[in-house]
Unconditional design. Structure first.
Length: 274
């Protein structure tokens, strides 16, 4: 493949779950260290219940999408716009989780004509978690050493053991380990750790916008997560005047995993009439 040019859109990898109906397609954007696989079960459940067509995307530097040294929300928004153009989609419903939520908000604010409505899952349009925590995860991932030619289960266990001192939560380790892939007998991380590390401050921040997004928006948080708090409401209101904020009881940051049924119901209830 041709290496991407910084500042230009990359050709995103995506998966499509077909559905019928007249609604604009629903486009799902994963969070940091994720991939489109995080949303496969969600996509299938939504289509089964009549959402219409659903697309799940891999962000640049994640999953099967190309690597690029640039990792800003403007760049990631441009990638999605590029894909929509390529697929002949002139309006979509955007749903993004965490980093994907910030990409979705950026796209809606830049190109409101492309976004029929917006769902931001457990993230606000403000600066989030301290960079240091994620820097530590990246350093731990970079320092993982696995001999070539090992069976996958053994390699994963070794990587898990090496990450454990820094990444204490077992669920978080399992999530990071979804990025460990075997290429010709060698184990590598498929996420671009260099670019992510270099742009961590950009990923934790949010770009400045002055013109609000006029369409309907839903900020869907987990009640046990600190990522959408009442102190964010003024900024949410300023940029998304038609926003509603809703919390799913008992869910943490990964809302769609913690409370799958409640998440699906909330999303379906927010979709426009078919």
């Amino acid at each position: 493949p041709i290496p991407p040019v910084p500042g230009r859109a990359v050709l995103l990898a995506y998966a499509e779950v077909g559905g019928h109906g007249d609604r604009p397609p629903l486009v799902l954007l994963h969070g940091l260290f994720g991939s489109h696989g995080n949303f496969q079960a969600v996509a299938r459940a939504l289509v089964r219940r009549g959402s219409g067509k659903v697309l799940t995307l891999d962000a640049r530097n994640h999953g099967g999408s190309p690597h690029s040294p640039l990792m800003t929300y403007e760049a990631m928004s441009l990638d999605v716009q590029h894909l929509l153009t390529r697929l002949g989609i002139n309006k979509c419903i955007l749903l993004g989780h965490s980093m994907g939520g910030k990409t979705a908000m950026t796209l809606a604010l830049q190109r409101p004509d492309l976004v029929e409505r917006l769902i931001s899952v457990d993230i606000s349009p403000i600066s989030t978690a301290p960079v240091s925590e994620f820097s530590a995860y990246i350093s731990a991932m970079k320092s993982v050493k696995i001999p070539d030619g090992l069976p996958r289960s053994v390699a994963r266990q070794m990587a898990d053991d090496q990450l454990r001192p820094v990444v204490q939560l077992p669920q978080l380790r399992q999530f990071l380990l979804t990025n460990l892939v075997e290429v010709e007998g060698r184990y590598i991380w498929r996420v671009n750790l260099e670019a992510i590390s270099h742009h961590l401050a950009d990923i934790m921040n949010f770009p400045t916008f002055h013109k609000p997004y006029p369409g309907p928006a839903l900020f869907l948080g987990g009640s046990n997560s600190p990522y959408i708090s009442s102190k964010d409401y003024p900024e949410i209101q300023r940029l998304f005047p038609k926003a509603e904020v809703q919390y799913i009881k008992g869910a943490g940051h990964i809302v769609h995993q913690d409370k799958f049924e409640e998440f699906i119901t909330a999303v379906l209830n927010f979709l426009p009439p078919p």
